[in-house]
Write a protein that binds this ligand. Structure first.
Ligand SMILES: C[S@@+](CC[C@H](N)C(=O)[O-])C[C@H]1O[C@@H](n2cnc3c(N)ncnc32)[C@H](O)[C@@H]1O
Length: 195
């Protein structure tokens, strides 16, 4: 990366505290590399299982997908469309190689993104923390969810995320099911909500 680009990014990250620059830096320096580890597989498997069972051949939007590990663990024959989106263009670029005629990797901010289509299933996998509140994020995205569509939200077990678990449990969106995954690295509460 050119010297002046590095300085600009440093300024954006440290002085302006721009989220995208900070996240890009984290992806460039490998901070999120562990998300592809075996210890994360059970979380991805439960989410993919819900989506594939409840919405066979569904149209799926993933928000805050990083470099796309969840999409890469799906059985691609079991969805008709998959948008893997993240605010970090560095993360999205890492996943681009997995694109095909029904799978797209897109740069999108969950707080402003306006999709060009609608979906059967919207997944927010360990990314809800970057929205103002659970119902704020889901309420905005509900416009792009079909009438009988579902949300799938994963919140990890870190103590600081207790408010997020509570917000999911107290959401105005109706709960369809919930699974708690206990794996070596962490605990994940995965909740399926209706519209
Ligand atoms: C903990 S990582 C999870 C990544 C991925 N879902 C996974 O589980 O492997 C959180 C992700 O949220 C993304 N993110 C942060 N703010 C965002 C925003 N406003 N809109 C979309 N994605 C965002 C980050 O870039 C990062 O990739």
């Amino acid at each position: 990366m050119a010297f002046f680009t590095k300085i600009k990014n440093l300024f954006n990250r440290k002085v302006l505290r721009r989220d995208r620059d900070r996240l890009n830096y984290q992806y460039e320096t490998g901070r999120w590399g562990t998300l592809g580890d075996l210890e994360e597989l059970s979380r991805f498997s439960v989410i993919a299982g819900y989506a594939q069972f409840l919405k066979p051949q569904g149209r799926i939007l993933e928000i805050g997908a990083g470099e796309g590990y969840l999409q890469q663990r799906f059985d691609a024959s079991r969805y008709s469309l998959y948008y893997s989106t993240d605010v970090s263009d560095v993360a999205v670029a890492k996943g681009k190689g997995h694109e095909n005629e029904k799978t797209r990797y897109l740069v999108a901010d969950m707080n402003t993104y306006v999709p060009d289509t609608d979906f059967d299933c919207i997944i927010i996998n360990e990314a809800i923390y970057y929205g103002g509140s659970v119902d704020k994020v889901l309420g905005r995205l509900a416009r792009y969810l079909r009438q009988d569509g579902i949300f799938i939200v994963s919140v990890n077990g870190d103590a600081r995320n207790e408010p997020w678990r509570r917000m999911v449990n107290e959401s105005t969106f109706p709960r369809i099911d919930q699974t708690v995954v206990q794996c070596t690295r962490n605990t994940f509460t995965i909740t399926v909500l209706g519209k």
